[in-house]
Design a protein around this ligand. Structure first.
Ligand SMILES: *[C@@H]1O[C@H](CO)[C@@H](O)[C@H](O)[C@H]1NC(C)=O
Length: 287
């Protein structure tokens, strides 16, 4: 009996082991379901990484009437959170940029400023020295601006009806735009019926030297003694043909983000061409 009892222990041991393993497995299985529901943040981050590495081999989701049938990918780099600024390499092709420059060339006029109380064309001379013209997508027979406008709407998720016409600008050597806000502060400009909430710049040319877009107050109001809004200090973005720059002028709550102050540094060598699209909180009446 003794020996029988002894030998029965290993016999019982194996099924017991299998059974307890099974219990642990089942418990673990349900636990993983519960925990994965509790921690969606981590999972979605991992999924985001997968999206980048798999390089476009996704089954598209069923989409709504206004959605798109395929999964797209538009590369970007976060340049800053203060202000919220995104950089899009190769947003447009060289051919598209050339087509826009060609279109604008015939219509260039000295760029204007929105004037504050007490400001005149004379006493603000020299703040903005570029030449430019406004062209809406519907005026462009080549369809280039239409394509760019749709792409801007996709990356901002701000419908294209909220965009002003493209402002195409040319800066020659020495020309610049002193730092300013794109949003209009009602305290300075009076009551506003709509507000510019974001700006998308598409660089249409390379610039050999100078001509950077500059954010002097990036990452807070670090105003040191020598600070001047006319100087080109701060976060600088070098223009490269085809690249895009998006930044927001207001916080999500609608108040103006003081760190969105920006300007165009003087061109030192070469010529700068840029297309600006201002995005408003209200729909544009005539577009
Ligand atoms: C709006 O948001 C900014 C940034 O989060 C914050 O500093 C500011 O106090 C907010 N203003 C109001 C009026 O809520």
């Amino acid at each position: 009996m003794r020996s029988k009892a002894k030998s029965s222990i290993p016999k019982l041991g194996l099924p017991l082991l299998v059974f307890s393993c099974l219990c642990f497995f089942i418990a673990g299985f349900f636990a993983s379901i519960i925990f994965s529901q509790d921690a969606p943040a981590i999972n979605s981050r991992l999924r985001m990484l997968e999206v980048v590495t798999e390089d476009g081999v996704h089954e598209p989701m069923q989409h709504g009437e206004t959605g798109e049938p395929s999964v797209g990918s538009i590369p970007f780099q976060v340049l800053s959170w203060k202000p919220r600024a995104l950089y899009f390499p190769n947003f447009a092709t060289a051919e598209q940029c050339q087509a826009i420059v060609k279109m604008a060339k015939a219509h260039l006029k000295p760029s204007l400023l929105a004037l504050r109380e007490g400001e005149t064309t004379e006493n603000t001379e020299g703040i903005r020295t570029s030449s430019g013209t406004f062209i809406s997508a519907s005026e462009d027979q080549t369809g280039t601006l239409d394509y760019i406008e749709r792409k801007i709407a996709r990356v901002t998720m701000i419908p294209r009806t909220h965009g002003e016409a493209f402002n195409i600008l040319r800066y020659k050597v020495g020309q610049k735009y002193d730092s300013h806000y794109d949003a209009f502060n009602p305290a300075e400009y009076g009551p506003q019926s709509s507000q510019r909430i974001a700006s998308f710049l598409l660089y249409l040319s390379d610039v050999e030297k100078g001509g950077e877009t500059v954010f002097p107050l990036e990452n807070g109001l670090k105003i040191n003694p020598g600070f001047s809004y006319k100087k080109c200090t701060g976060l600088k973005v070098k223009p490269r043909r085809g690249d895009g720059l998006l930044f927001y002028s207001v916080f999500p709550n609608g108040t103006i983000d003081q760190s969105s102050l920006h300007g165009s540094c003087p061109v030192i060598k070469g010529e700068k061409w840029v297309a600006t699209k201002w995005l408003n909180d209200q729909e544009e009446a005539d577009e």
